[in-house]
Design a protein around this ligand. Structure first.
Ligand SMILES: [Ca+2]
Ligand SMILES: [Ca+2]
Length: 186
C-alpha cells in the first residue's frame, strides 16, 4: 500500500462532512445554525441530498465545531474542524458513526477490520486513529502475511519432501530435512 492511498484512507469521511456542510450552507444562506440542521434533517425535500449520518454528526458536535460560539458554523470553522480531525484522527465512536454514513468510501470489510484492530493500530495510544496509523499497521500486516506465507511454503515443501522422495528442489530443503534424507539413505 503506497503512502498516498494510506494517508487518504479516511479522507472520504472528512470530505463527506465538508460536502454535507456545503449542502446545508446552500440551503441556509444566512448561516448553518443548529436549528437549520434539524430542520434540514426533517424536511423530506432533502432526503436524497442530505446524508443523515454526517448531518447528525454536525448536529451532535455543533458546539465543538462552532469554535467562536456565535451559533453559526462558518466555512472556516468546518475547514479547521476537519483539518483537526485529519491530524488527530478519529475515536472509535467517531469512526463508527461516520463510517455508518455509507459515504465514507470505505468498504464494510475495511471498517470492520479497522474497528477490530483499533487498539493495535492506535500505536500512540491516544484513543484516536489516523490514516497514517492505519497505513502503518497495514504495512506490518502485509509483511507478517509474507512471513507466514514463506513459513507455510517451507512447511509445505518439507512435507512434500517427506511424502515424496522424487522432489528435486534441493535448495528449499532445510538442514534438518537434508540430514533426515541422508539418514534415510544410510
Ligand atoms: Ca461560528
Ligand atoms: Ca493514535
Amino acid at each position: 500500500m503506497s503512502n498516498y492511498s494510506g494517508n487518504s484512507l479516511l479522507t472520504g469521511i472528512y470530505a463527506g462532512l465538508t460536502n454535507t456542510y456545503s449542502y446545508l450552507a446552500q440551503l441556509n444562506p444566512d448561516g448553518v445554525t443548529l436549528d437549520s440542521i434539524s430542520n434540514a434533517r426533517t424536511d423530506s425535500k432533502n432526503y436524497l441530498n442530505l446524508n443523515q449520518s454526517f448531518a447528525s454528526y454536525l448536529q451532535t458536535n455543533f458546539n465543538a465545531i462552532d469554535k467562536d460560539g456565535d451559533g453559526v458554523i462558518g466555512s472556516d470553522e468546518i475547514t479547521n474542524y476537519t483539518n483537526m480531525l485529519s491530524t488527530q484522527g478519529l475515536t472509535r465512536a467517531q469512526l463508527t458513526q461516520l463510517a455508518a454514513s455509507g459515504a465514507s468510501g470505505l468498504s464494510t470489510d475495511t471498517i470492520n477490520n479497522i474497528l477490530e484492530h483499533f487498539d493495535e493500530m492506535d500505536t500512540n495510544h491516544d484513543g484516536k486513529i489516523t490514516s497514517a496509523e492505519i497505513s502503518a499497521y497495514n504495512v506490518d500486516a502485509s509483511r507478517q502475511e509474507k512471513i507466514d506465507e514463506f513459513n507455510h511454503k517451507r512447511a509445505t515443501n518439507m512435507s512434500t519432501f517427506y511424502g515424496d522422495d522424487s522432489s528435486s528442489d534441493v535448495d528449499s530443503y532445510s538442514m534438518l530435512s537434508y540430514k533426515y534424507k541422508n539418514y534415510n539413505k544410510s
